[in-house]
Design a protein around this ligand. Structure first.
Ligand code: FPP
Length: 247
């Protein structure tokens, strides 16, 4: 497995985990079996991300739009999430993984919220590696919520009126305190963002892979990192500005 040099390893990778349903259908299995296998991949890739040098891994586990899926699939996903949190707590603590969430988690079932809060509290002191689960997350909802909260802060005199700054506004997003993603990966052959980290991903590199999420491995993650390492991130500058020619 060829790895990029450490300075080119993304610090924060975010993954749109797609293809659980297709993985299951190709095997004549129910969709939920794909999600179950998807949870196994979540476990493996969380570990792999750390081994490959990530500091932050964000996983898009449930979008605001996913509530519109058939009710039995939604409740199966919530059940899997609760089971995963229950089972992984020990691993998070043992491996010093900090858990965070983004999204409207207050609308998740009470059992899920209970386990989330417990795990977040139990891992709050860990600083080396953070797993961020995007749950009931949607970028447009997030921005609308942030605009509401920012306006309320201005009205209450907690923010100066008449100013416009990304640094100030971004503190009201659910990603407050997290670095922007360097790399966004989407599995299963689709090439779209689906309402994921639309502002935070402004300068992210994108890697799309045909592999369905249940089949995604550490080698696939390393391949995405290798692709990332070949990219030149210019942030609006020119190549010459980034690496001036030797005089
Ligand atoms: C996309 O596959 C996947 C999801 C909408 C849910 C992702 C959830 C998991 C991996 C399991 C639960 C997560 C955690 C963190 C325990 P799809 O169903 O859209 O696949 P398809 O496009 O092939 O139908």
């Amino acid at each position: 497995m060829s790895l990029p040099s450490p300075d080119k390893v993304p610090s924060h990778a975010a993954i749109i985990m797609d293809g659980n349903g297709r993985w299951a259908r190709q095997r004549g299995l129910p969709r939920i079996e794909g999600h179950r296998r998807g949870v196994e991949t979540v476990r493996k890739i969380t570990e792999a991300g750390r081994e490959l040098g990530l500091r932050t891994l964000t996983l898009y586990a449930f979008s605001v739009e996913n509530w519109k899926r058939p009710p039995e699939e939604v409740s199966a996903l919530m059940g899997l999430l609760e089971f995963y949190l229950q089972k992984e707590l020990q691993t998070f603590v043992k491996n010093r993984i900090r858990l965070r969430t983004i999204g409207r988690t207050g609308e998740l079932p009470p059992g899920v919220q209970k386990h989330l809060n417990h795990t977040i509290e139990a891992t709050a002191g860990f600083t080396d590696y953070t797993l961020v689960l995007a749950l009931n997350y949607g970028a447009r909802t997030e921005v609308a919520d942030a605009a509401r909260d920012y306006a309320a802060a201005v009205a209450a005199g907690r923010e100066p009126a008449g100013e416009s700054s990304w640094a100030a506004f971004s503190r009201y997003l659910s990603t407050a305190g997290l670095p922007d993603p360097d790399l966004i990966i989407r599995t299963s052959g689709e090439s779209r963002l689906s309402n994921f980290l639309m502002l935070q991903g402004a300068y992210a590199e994108f890697v799309f892979t045909p592999v369905h999420w249940p089949d995604f491995t550490k080698a696939d993650l390393a391949a995405a990192f290798a692709e990332y390492a070949r990219r030149e991130r210019r942030y609006g500058l020119t190549s010459e500005q980034l690496a001036p020619p030797a005089k």
